[in-house]
Design a protein around this ligand. Structure first.
Ligand code: SAM
Length: 192
C-alpha cells in the first residue's frame, strides 16, 4: 500500500505537480469535464497548488479561476490567488461580485485534526456545509460543486443536504485517494 501511495508522490514530482492531490482532480475531471465547461471557477483551499495547476492547464481560454487559501500559495499560471479564510468577511467581500455567476466551485479542504475523532468529524462536516452555503450564494443555475468529504458518521447528513440542493449527486473515490482513508469526493450538479 505504502508503495502505491509513494508512486503517486513520485509521479507528481516527476510531472511537476505540487501535490499528489492533483491526480484526484485529474481523474474526476476526466469523467465529468467540469473545468473545460466552466467560465468562472472558484477553488477553496488551494495551497500548495496541485489542483490549481490542473485547472490552470485545462481551463478554456478567457475563463477565470479565483483560488483561495488561508495559507500563502506560490503563483500558478492562469490562476488569481487570494489569501483568506473562507469563514471571513474578506471572503464575502472578495466573492460579492460573483453572486449567481460561478460555474464551478471546488474544495479540497479539510480541517486541522485535533485527534479527537468526534470533534474532527463534526468540524469537517461544518466545513462541508460551509462549502454548500458558498455554492448556494455563488453558483449559476447550471453550476457544480465538488468537495472533499469523509465517509463517516456525518456523511449521510452531508450527502442528504447535497441531494436536497442539487439535481444529481455523485460520490467519487479517485485512485490517488488512499484506500485506507474515509476521504471521498462529493459532486453536486445543477441546483434544483
Ligand atoms: C489538502 S490541502 C489542498 C491541496 C490542494 N488541492 C492541492 O492539490 O495542492 C487543503 C487546504 O485547505 C486550506 N483550508 C482549510 N481550511 C480553510 C479555510 N477555512 N479557508 C481557506 N483555506 C482553508 C488549508 O490551508 C490547505 O492548504
Amino acid at each position: 500500500m505504502r508503495e502505491i501511495q509513494d508512486t503517486w508522490a513520485k509521479r507528481a514530482k516527476s510531472e511537476g505537480y505540487r501535490s499528489r492531490a492533483a491526480y484526484k482532480l485529474i481523474d474526476i475531471n476526466k469523467k465529468f469535464k467540469l473545468i473545460e465547461q466552466s467560465k468562472l471557477i472558484i477553488e477553496l483551499g488551494s495551497a500548495p497548488g496541485g489542483w490549481s495547476q490542473v485547472i490552470g492547464k485545462k481551463k478554456q481560454k478567457g475563463s477565470k479561476c479565483v483560488a483561495i487559501d488561508i495559507l500563502a500559495m506560490e503563483h500558478v499560471a492562469n490562476i488569481e490567488f487570494t489569501q483568506c479564510d473562507i469563514f471571513s468577511n474578506d471572503f464575502e467581500e472578495l466573492t460579492s461580485s460573483y453572486v449567481g455567476n460561478v460555474d464551478l466551485i471546488l474544495s479540497d479542504m479539510s480541517v486541522n485534526l485535533s485527534g479527537i475523532k468526534l470533534v474532527d468529524d463534526e468540524s469537517n462536516k461544518e466545513l462541508n456545509l460551509k462549502c454548500l452555503d458558498v455554492a448556494k450564494r455563488l453558483l449559476s443555475d447550471k453550476g457544480a460543486l465538488l468537495i472533499k468529504a469523509f465517509n463517516n458518521n456525518t456523511f449521510k447528513s452531508v450527502r442528504s443536504e447535497f441531494e436536497s440542493y442539487f439535481e444529481t449527486v455523485y460520490v467519487e473515490k479517485p485512485p490517488a485517494s488512499k484506500t485506507s482513508s474515509a476521504e471521498v469526493y462529493l459532486l453536486g450538479l445543477i441546483p434544483k
